[in-house]
Design a binder for this molecule. Structure first.
Ligand SMILES: Cc1cc2nc3c(=O)[nH]c(=O)nc-3n(C[C@H](O)[C@H](O)[C@H](O)COP(=O)(O)O)c2cc1C
Length: 307
């Protein structure tokens, strides 16, 4: 399945692994790239030198392209933007803001720029600023989300921009990939399914929580303050939503979740931790290697799309 995205990124399959905070480290990124997709190191709030180390470790595991997700709200975003160039990374995805101030530096270094967007307006703005493609991410996704669904957002973004569009949110098998292509996407970004891959360093409790999840098991916290986050229901989400309904301030609520994703990912606290995962968790039944996941999804998608 050759598309403008596989051409742009020099990858075999039109599958990108989401740049997930605490999850998207070098083992996962390298495994996805080795399997023919694009693996991403998630910059999140990590210091720049940690990101540099992760890039180097991933490169020691694969000669295939890998990318970096730069979270623009990070206090380290300026340094990470430079590390990306110094380490010869060919593609960045960006989240939580406008990457405008880095575009000149990245373009000069030949870095492909792919912002993650949750609206048509932002997609058009990113195209004007010189983005090479956009990830249109629907609210089915795990983690920080917008309000549009993947089904409605992707075709509207496809119609609004001429750069290629990558669909994200709620894609977990070949049917999802085929559907995204029918909506006009030229690749997909997948997060939740890769969390349970064999190469993912996420705690076993977290993986089992995703595997056991049903369709209705995710909840959205923070919507009342305009910072919605999708994760699997537990004591933490119940407490958060209760305090939200009581009208607590954003700062008080944020305090409740401080460090909670790390506790869930690394320590396996799936009761009080933040178990970020998307609605597609209900359809993820087993652990596999990234290669098995990608091969299975591509075979199914190609059959459905008759390629
Ligand atoms: C545990 C987790 C952490 C995430 N962290 C980030 C992040 O730091 N930056 C980002 O751009 N997206 C983040 N995302 C979103 C993913 O990159 C991806 O777009 C999303 O998971 C796709 O939807 P899906 O979960 O339905 O596959 C995260 C998702 C998950 C599940």
């Amino acid at each position: 399945m050759n598309t403008r995205i596989t051409e742009l990124l020099g990858i075999k399959h039109p599958i990108i692994q989401g740049g997930m905070a605490w999850v998207a480290e070098h083992h996962l990124a390298a495994a996805v790239s080795e399997a023919g997709g694009l693996g991403l190191i998630g910059g999140a709030n990590a210091p720049a030198e940690v990101v540099r180390e992760e890039i180097r470790k991933a490169k020691a595991l694969t000669k295939k392209p890998i990318g970096v997700n730069v979270m623009l709200l990070s206090p380290h975003a300026d340094e990470i933007a430079k590390v990306v160039v110094e380490e010869g990374i060919g593609v960045v995805t960006t989240g939580a803001g406008n990457p405008e101030k880095y575009i000149e530096m990245w373009k000069a270094a030949g870095v492909k720029i792919i912002p993650v967007v949750a609206s048509v307006a932002l997609a058009k703005r990113m195209e004007r600023y010189g983005a090479d493609a956009v990830v249109a991410e629907g609210c089915e996704s795990g983690g920080h989300i917008g309000e549009q669904t993947t089904m409605t957002l992707v075709p509207q973004v496809v119609d609004a921009v001429s750069i290629p569009v990558i669909a994200a949110g709620g894609i977990g098998d070949g049917r999802g990939i085929a559907a995204a292509f029918m909506l006009g996407a030229e690749a997909v970004q997948i997060g939740t399914r890769f969390v349970v891959s064999d190469e993912s360093i996420v705690h076993e409790n977290y993986k089992q929580r995703i595997i056991k999840a049903k369709d209705i098991d995710s909840a959205v916290t923070g919507r009342s303050h305009g910072h919605p986050v999708r994760c699997l229901r537990n004591q933490m989400t119940r407490e958060y939503v209760k305090l939200e309904q009581e009208g607590k301030s954003f700062e008080e609520l944020e305090y409740l979740t401080l460090g909670k994703l790390r506790e869930a990912v690394q320590e396996g606290d799936i009761t009080n931790g933040t178990v970020m995962a998307g609605q597609i968790a209900g359809m993820i039944y087993k652990k596999q290697t990234c290669k098995e996941m990608i091969d299975e999804m591509m075979e199914q998608a190609e059959k459905l799309l008759n390629r």
